[in-house]
Design a protein around this ligand. Structure first.
Ligand SMILES: Nc1nc2c(ncn2[C@@H]2O[C@H](COP(=O)(O)OP(=O)(O)O[C@H]3O[C@H](CO)[C@@H](O)[C@H](O)[C@@H]3O)[C@@H](O)[C@H]2O)c(=O)[nH]1
Length: 243
């Protein structure tokens, strides 16, 4: 499958060279698109320089920080326009191991519409997370699965491969959420369209360099949106445009 790996970056100068090298080695036939939001630390320039050396890497420069979900929507739009058959999303801070990419793509080849690199299926792991973050993530995932009837253990995971034909059926402009909610909304959108979702176990290693951009606002956004989608779809029974 013609594959595009979308790497969103904000202030990842310390990680970009290593992640690009490892992605290119893990899936040499795939192309890579870095979506950078004007990182003041020069991530985009570095990505361009490293990309010119490695080949198969392009950089989409955006003027300012617009959020993770918005960066993926922009990257997916490019991928769909250019006719890629598989679109991958992953963090650029090495918390997602590029060596797991072939496994994700194999599951897509096997017929899945969305493959999630999952921390919460047997074999999945998060070796170095603080207990409070683990509890929040587990609770959030249970809440989303219950409220939405979503048959996914790790709906907030950000390591994924989408079949382009499925992604093309989701009106991305209508997807508003960011952060965790973006991931849940997209999984829910695939499930509502009858898509096949497969979870493959991965180890999520918290970043060693740089800082997370997640915030309390993103957690609250996810909780409120999931609650609203549940009310809208299960109580009001209104067919939504997107998810
Ligand atoms: N272009 C762009 N990139 C961004 C932005 N915000 C974050 N990123 C990039 O998106 C990736 C993830 O950002 P982090 O801030 O490190 O996220 P996290 O807290 O580790 O969250 C990860 O795990 C969550 C589940 O636990 C996931 O829900 C989430 O999608 C992500 O994978 C990194 O490559 C970061 O540079 C933004 O506004 N714009």
């Amino acid at each position: 499958m013609r594959t595009l790996v979308v790497l969103p970056t904000y202030q990842e100068a310390e990680n970009i060279e290593e992640v690009l090298g490892r992605v290119r080695r893990a899936v040499p036939d795939a192309d890579v698109l870095v979506v950078d939001d004007g990182s003041p630390d020069g991530t985009a320039d570095l990505a361009e320089a490293v990309g010119a050396r490695l080949g198969g890497v392009s950089v989409l420069r955006r003027p300012g920080k617009a959020g993770l979900g918005s960066a993926y929507r922009a990257g997916f739009a490019v991928g769909l326009r250019e006719g890629y058959e598989a679109l991958v999303e992953m963090d650029s801070d090495l918390s997602h191991d590029p060596d797991a990419l072939p496994q994700l793509l194999a599951a897509l080849d096997g017929g899945a519409d969305l493959v999630i690199g999952s921390r919460y299926v047997p074999g999945g792991a998060i070796p170095n997370w603080a207990t409070h973050r683990l509890l929040l993530s587990r609770w959030g995932n249970r809440y989303a699965a219950t409220v939405l009837g979503l048959p996914v253990r790790d709906a907030t995971a950000g390591f994924r491969a989408y079949r382009a034909t499925m992604l093309a059926r989701i009106p991305l402009r209508g997807v508003r959420a960011d952060g965790y909610a973006f991931q849940i909304e997209m999984a829910y959108a695939v499930a509502r369209r009858g898509g096949t979702i497969v979870e493959v176990p991965i180890a999520f290693t918290d970043r060693v360099r740089g800082t997370s951009k997640m915030s309390g606002r993103i957690v609250v956004e996810a909780m409120l949106l999931v609650t609203w989608w549940g009310v809208r779809d299960r109580i009001l029974r209104r067919a939504p445009d997107v998810a």
